[in-house]
Design a protein around this ligand. Structure first.
Ligand SMILES: NC(=O)c1ccc[n+]([C@@H]2O[C@H](COP(=O)([O-])OP(=O)(O)OC[C@H]3O[C@@H](n4cnc5c(N)ncnc54)[C@H](O)[C@@H]3O)[C@@H](O)[C@H]2O)c1
Length: 247
């Protein structure tokens, strides 16, 4: 897939699947801008793969509007937005504090919405653009011990559908990729037990194909959804889960 002359914003692009997606877009010739709150990680990756960086928090509406406006002013266009920024809290509903609930909703739901809205306002006058949100298998399936996260990803799924319908006639396609178990810092974060090779093996055994995904296996699907090869796709939630949700 060729993304020469395309301007691509990737939130959460400093790490994990966002990082792999930034790398794949850069290899495909895109002008990539990583938007992330982790300055050290973002700069490290950007230096390696030759992208730009903007530092900020996507749960801040004013930041999202400003960063998109600034990029459009700089490059004259915005072709692709990928919303990969996300956080997880591993707690059951009764254990989840108000602060944890607000934080997960703030980043995963509001952050995705604020960035989508800002991008749509830039893409509509162009009459072209593609947005790929990060949902999850946990956006459709329930899981114990991650109540706020499951709720947030369910919201991202239906936000994706609703926005896709709002803009189906505007030349803007809006889809979501819904990964299964992917080996990233998030997969290993906030666990009550230590992350050992045995724990990772146990997680892999919950997957029908018997292994965790490499982040690049999700990034490849994101590029497809953002490309013209997916020209008849909007409002789709694309599972990339090695059969997890097929049961
Ligand atoms: N790892 C998995 O198994 C898995 C499965 C399904 C879906 N997901 C989703 O995929 C996306 C990427 O996850 P990952 O596993 O690569 O995670 P990760 O933790 O490796 O990367 C997330 C990135 O988002 C950034 N970020 C977090 N909060 C932010 C904020 N408020 N503003 C700006 N940047 C912020 C972090 O700094 C980090 O660089 C997330 O939306 C996650 O919920 C992950």
């Amino acid at each position: 897939m060729d993304f020469h002359d395309k301007v691509v914003i990737i939130t959460g692009g400093a790490s994990g699947m966002g990082g792999a997606t930034a790398h794949e877009f850069a290899k495909a010739g895109a002008q990539v801008v990583i938007v992330d709150r982790n300055q050290a990680l973002a700069n490290q990756l950007a230096n390696k793969i030759g992208t730009e960086v903007r530092i900020g928090d996507v749960s801040d509406s004013a930041f999202c509007s400003a960063v998109v406006e600034e990029i459009v002013q700089q490059y004259g266009q915005l072709d692709v937005l990928v919303n990969a920024a996300g956080i997880i809290v591993r707690a059951s509903g009764e254990e989840t504090s108000d602060e944890q609930w607000q934080r997960v909703m703030g980043v995963n739901v509001s952050g995705t919405f604020f960035m989508c809205r800002a991008a749509i306002r830039a893409m509509k006058p162009q009459r072209s653009g593609a947005i790929v949100n990060f949902g999850s298998i946990w956006g459709d399936l329930g899981a114990a011990g991650v109540a706020a996260y499951c709720a947030s990803k369910g919201a991202v799924h239906n936000l994706t559908r609703a926005l896709a319908l709002d803009h189906a006639k505007d030349g803007i396609r809006i889809n979501a990729v819904c990964p299964g178990e992917v080996n990233t810092p998030m997969l290993q974060s906030e666990r009550k037990e230590p992350v050992t090779p045995e724990l990772l093996q146990r997680l892999a055994e919950t997957v029908p194909m018997g292994r965790l995904a490499d982040p690049v296996e999700i990034a490849q699907v994101v590029l497809f959804l953002a490309s013209n090869k997916a020209s008849y796709m909007t409002g789709s939630l694309v599972l990339v889960d090695a059969g997890y949700a097929a049961r």
